[in-house]
Design a protein around this ligand. Structure first.
Ligand SMILES: NC(=O)c1ccc[n+]([C@@H]2O[C@H](COP(=O)([O-])OP(=O)(O)OC[C@H]3O[C@@H](n4cnc5c(N)ncnc54)[C@H](O)[C@@H]3O)[C@@H](O)[C@H]2O)c1
Length: 258
């Protein structure tokens, strides 16, 4: 898929990996539609990425009506949608039992699953329904691409990450069946599983936690750059043979048990 003049939705597009993705897509010539909760950042991103080629809509990815309205606003403004990148997410940490052996609140677990897993599924299914009605964009019959964001925690969750790891394991699990469901329509589905990336989500954690998280990166021995995530998104779009796959982007990191 050549990105020039195509339209891409980026959820969580106002910060971190989503923001870097929006920049990479704009540089590749795409128009971007940002779905995020952060209106203040949204206005800034529209200025930064170019008013005529960028749209921001305040959307909670869990909300069916809000997502559908934002998809409709995107097609009304820019026409057909060819790519969606699901970056909206949260990363809370809580041990299963606290120091007094009280169980973790069920609601916290449910919120993480709802935003990271159900939210990604919600956006994917509604965008896929729109893509299905569009004409193919090339001779191979390609109609679109859905990229989800998992995490290495989906494979090796750390202490306190039961909810986060479960949400990201769910993303990895749905990648292949979603690709199989959508293959007859020429819609591909891939997932990126980042390691430790230098975004506001990670930089908000205490320095000690950041050091512990990045201690096991092999090479290059540093946090991943958000633009390295953006580059992989562009590659996934350009390389039509990449489908149904989850790619780790982690400098060879394998999280140890502690
Ligand atoms: N930073 C890392 O090291 C890292 C590693 C692995 C995976 N990830 C995943 O990458 C994705 C992006 O993370 P990031 O580091 O860029 O985080 P970030 O906090 O910088 O950005 C997340 C964005 O998502 C938005 N968002 C949160 N809940 C939302 C909702 N319900 N509806 C719409 N938007 C919502 C926020 O407003 C924010 O703009 C997340 O899914 C995260 O789990 C990040």
């Amino acid at each position: 898929m050549l990105l020039t003049n195509l339209t891409a939705i980026v959820t969580g597009g106002c910060s971190g990996l989503g923001h870097a993705t929006a920049i990479a897509l704009r540089e590749a010539g795409a128009k971007v539609s940002l779905f995020d909760l952060n209106e203040e950042q949204g206005a800034k991103r529209v200025e930064e990425l170019g008013k005529d080629k960028t749209l921001f809509t305040k959307v909670d990815v869990r909300d069916e009506a809000q997502v559908q309205a934002a998809i409709d606003a995107t097609t009304d403004t820019f026409g057909a949608i060819s790519l969606v990148v699901n970056c909206a997410g949260i990363a809370p940490a809580k041990r299963l039992l606290d120091r007094e052996a009280n169980p973790a609140p069920l609601g916290d677990f449910q919120t993480t699953i709802d935003i990271n897993l159900v939210g990604s599924f919600n956006v994917a299914r509604l965008v896929a329904a729109t893509m299905a009605k569009q004409s193919p964009i090339n001779d191979e019959g390609e109609r679109g691409l859905i990229i989800n964001t998992a995490s290495v925690a989906g494979y090796e969750g750390q202490i306190g990450q039961t909810a986060y790891a479960a949400s990201k394991g769910g993303i990895i699990g749905l990648t292949l069946p979603m690709a199989r469901d959508l293959a007859p329509l020429g819609i591909r589905v891939n997932t990126i599983a980042p390691g430790v990336m230098g975004t506001p989500m990670l930089l908000a954690m205490p320095e000690k936690v950041q050091e512990a998280l990045s201690a096991n990166v092999q090479f290059p021995k540093r946090l991943g750059l958000p633009e390295e995530f953006g580059k992989l998104v562009v590659h996934m779009a350009n390389n039509t043979y990449l489908n149904g796959e989850t790619i780790r982007l982690d400098g060879g990191l394998r999280m140890p048990p502690k």
